[in-house]
Design a protein around this ligand. Sequence first.
Ligand code: ZN
Length: 270
Amino acid sequence: MVLAGCQASGGSAVTGVSVPQVSIPSSATPSTQVATSGSPSTTAPATTSSTAAASGKVVVLDAGHNGGNASHVAEINKLVPAGRGETKPCNTTGTSTNAGYTEHAFTFDVAQRVGAALTAKGVKVVYTRTNDTGVGPCVDKRAAVGNAANVSAVVSIHGDGSTSAGAHGFHVAYSSPPLNAQQGEPSTSLATTLRDGMRSAGFTSANYIGQDGLSARSDLAGLNLSTRPAALIECGNMRNASEAAEMSSAEGRQHYASAIAAAIEAYLKV
Ligand code: ZN
């Protein structure tokens, strides 16, 4: 990923519409099961209705980069729309740990794990890529996948590659200034929920970018082009030794995935 957001670009492409923030439709029907057993109520009903709130919703998981990108330079460097009147290369190779474990392998594996956890809760998961050997898709095509009207959340998964000494920790990026209503409160809420979920799982927020684990960005194509609630998580710094170790292990990736899945589920239940 590109480091250091350029917030100060004066592009005033904001579409002057100040649509009243319509919050995500909260799960309509509280289940009306009538307990037939005469036993006193337990804690089950609350859990049941919460689960139902996430069940059936659609989430797009966007695993950053792809395994074939490095060997398809021309295709990857082709410029595509990036929002705010800008263009960007179709895709990039991503970073890796110093030992050579690639970001594309990390993001693909974590996305699959997040998807498995969400699917088990009844969430419908759509992936922007379904293998780790292809090329792209381009960032604008990935955004288009997320822009289906029924998508409740779009989460892009990445690992960062900062070589600054001591740089470590995760951060969650969101589009700022927002270009549409969904990039406003719905997206910042998604980003904040992801940040809180990562912290709850014991992950440390970044000490080298953003603030309190959040990063307002105007330069990320996928976020700029999104018309649904969207956020991008940089799970950690792959150039940091201890984070590289966690990201390179299956147990570590499951740790990241469990935190992300729980946060997405929490967001869907609101
Ligand atoms: Zn990346």
